[in-house]
Design a protein around this ligand. Sequence first.
Ligand code: GTR
Length: 474
Amino acid sequence: MFSYWLADYGCIVADQTINNYLIENFPSGKLSRYLIYMIKKYFRMCAVLFSGLLAWVLSVLSASGQGININYDEEKVGSHSLPDLLRLPDSTVVTTAEQWTSQGRPATLQLFKTHVYGELPDKLPGMHFKVRNENKNALGGLATRKQVTIYFTQGADGPSMEVLLYIPNKVNGPVPAFVGLNFYGNQSIHPDKGIALSTRWINNSPEGIVNNKATEASRGLQASRWPVEELLKKGFALVTAYYGDLEPDHSEGWQSGIRTSLKTELNLEEDKWGAIGAWAWGLSRIMDYLEKEKRINPKQVALTGHSRIGKAALWAAANDTRFALVVSNESGEGGAALARRNYGETIAQLNRSFPHWFSPAYKNYNQQPEKLPVDQHQLLALIAPRPLYVSSAIEDKWADPQGEFLSAFYAEPVYKLFNKKGLGALEMPAVEKPVGETIRYHIRNGKHDIMAYDWQQHLAFAQKHFKLKINAKP
Ligand code: GTR
């Protein structure tokens, strides 16, 4: 940008200088006009070449500059001392589960609000739901598909989000559910033509998101991340919504998201929270709906999230104890990974690439994560005593798998207060050998993604902790 501005500015200055010189020295005639034209053309060409060169040099410099801050060498991580999660800001030491619930939890939550994610407001009194359509014979009869609009305020044209539910047909009684936000609109999670195409702003994708709008070609774009049939066959409902319904994921997204549209009703300025807060807020609104959905057991709602949506899921579950079980898949920096470990993505890098995600206060720790009054093991501890699954991938170094494991490990003392066995492992387990009880962890082969292996583990974990007895109809 700067180099193009420079090139333009250079052209204007050169034009004027050449004009003046030629007009003074060759006052009239065709020749002077031709000379002016040719010389200007030459200078303009040089300016364009120069600007291109400058842009390239700047991008190389900035990339290598970023590289300097990113460490992938375990030897260079250095030592760090984590805040003691049982010692409160007023120096009280928490020794019982009751004390954690009445003092430790609220004090820790407040630290995360002040320094990391910002405020998380409550629902609005006028919130209401509208079932858009219901198909009892979806996916070849396997499920009932419901599409519901959640209106956040009283009016029918106020801010809203679109929720998609698949509820298994051949299971008696209220069923357990997995809830999670999606990246590209509800139509992206399954090729099912009955899913309404999202009409919101969506990040472009070569697979069907064109000019920031979903097209028919985006149906099932992320189907590999949502094993809908497998969930249904195991007796779980699947509930999802597009995260951009709450706030489009770009630095100006807050202007059209709920941080602006609900600012007056929520009595909260947009810079008092971030996009992660807005996404987390939406997850709790889905929970509000699920409490009214008769076919779903609101006591068995598992919350899942991958990557940035994993950060939002953890923040939602830390605040909202109605989520009975939580899965953080490769949520990395600002999610499950310890901030004090200098490995992979750092707070500075996160805030540089995504200035809209966190509270502005988080930027104070860009260069000094050790000054942050909390670390992410305390976020995981806020899930206690509920079952928590943290998963990583071997090639996802950016998310710092070791930092995710250690965070789960250091959350354990709070689980112990509730007589729950956490990870029970002192060292990172081997690849695809999950460990732990109430806190469980695995690292799988492959890249940053949520894959069949991850879901298999997460589903088995939920089946075990929800003590599921699936009651299939004959
Ligand atoms: C990355 C970001 C990560 C993670 C990831 C994702 O670019 O640096 O923190 O959130 O995006 O959401 O896939």
